[in-house]
Design a protein around this ligand. Sequence first.
Ligand code: NAD
Length: 176
Amino acid sequence: MNRAFYIGRFQPYHLGHHAVIKKIVKEVDEIVVGIGSAQQSHTVSDPFTAGERVMMVSRSLEELGIIYYVIPIADVDRHAIWVSHVRSLTPPFNIVYSNNPLVIDLFSETNIQTKRSPLFQRGIYSGTEIRRRMLADEAWEDLVPKAVAEVIKEIDGVRRLKDLSRTDVPSSATVF
Ligand code: NAD
């Protein structure tokens, strides 16, 4: 039995992430997906809550016909204990897929098998690019699974991002 772990911030979950997971599930029996930086939401770079990201990932994975677990994981302020923190929250896993150098380093140091996941069209399948398009009223729906576009519409996510982009830049006349 091989159970994989894959973590991302998924702000939002997009077709690059989905392509990686489709590849992983061909190699393992089950997958644990960590929703990283779970404590973050309502900022321009992290607009969606952990719960909203759980919906995005869970609904997208339904089509893959594999057993999966989607677990929110808040950050901790010491990298040295992060792997233990992750393991305390997740079902046990024996292989980690990632392209994030810090994630790979931290797991490698604890002797868990790690595999570099491939990148798919990083230039456009990127949370930064998707959020930019949302703010610029450009088409973004074709960069995410259909289920993610539906969740973002349900929660009025583009309006939230636009509101945040306005409040993130306080005018000189605003005194808090
Ligand atoms: P992310 O959503 O940017 O990316 C997730 C994964 O998808 C990465 O491996 C990334 O390389 C990959 N990816 C992105 N675009 C892709 C594409 N087009 N094609 C294929 N793959 C693509 O998230 P992230 O920042 O890598 O997530 C790591 C999480 O782990 C963060 O939330 C971070 O805070 C957390 N973390 C926390 C600690 C701590 O709390 N001390 C330590 C390490 C990591």
